[in-house]
Design a protein around this ligand. Structure first.
Ligand code: THU
Length: 129
């Protein structure tokens, strides 16, 4: 089911700009329309100014006029499946729901799957202000 997302994430990962960490990441989001938006990490000589693949994919989705995340896949080249960092979990929660699935994979296949509620329990949102 998330195979198309994994492939899109792998393609985006090819463009990752990660000369400082040498850790290339790709992400792909299926939005409400069914369209897939992808992104890669973009690092910076001033390290904290770099951003994650998930952030790039979210920006592509929003710039295309979509605001609802249905499903996500992140890919790396590491041995252990990665999950989105804390900041990206919060960004994904802005446009996804507690049941939105976040898959993790690599070049060989899918390696894990979580819901956003599992990754970010008791998430801060408009309802908690
Ligand atoms: N990174 C991502 O792009 N997504 C993740 O889910 C985890 C980490 C990036 C940030 C940085 O460019 C590199 O991976 C090493 O942390």
């Amino acid at each position: 089911m998330a195979e198309d997302l994994r492939r899109a994430a792998l393609a985006a990962r090819e463009a990752a700009y990660a000369p400082y960490s040498n850790f290339a990441v790709g992400a792909a989001i299926r939005a409400a329309s069914g369209a897939i938006y992808s992104g890669c990490n973009v690092e910076n000589a001033s390290y904290p100014e770099g951003w994650c693949a998930e952030t790039s994919a979210i920006a592509a989705m929003v710039a295309a006029g979509e605001r609802e995340i249905v499903e996500v896949c992140v890919v790396s080249g590491g041995a252990t499946p990665i999950t989105p960092c804390g900041g990206c979990r919060q960004r994904l929660a802005e446009f996804g729901g507690p049941d939105t699935r976040v898959h993790s994979g690599d070049a060989d296949g899918l390696r894990g799957s979580w819901t956003l509620a599992e990754l970010l329990p008791a998430a801060f949102g408009l309802d908690r202000r």
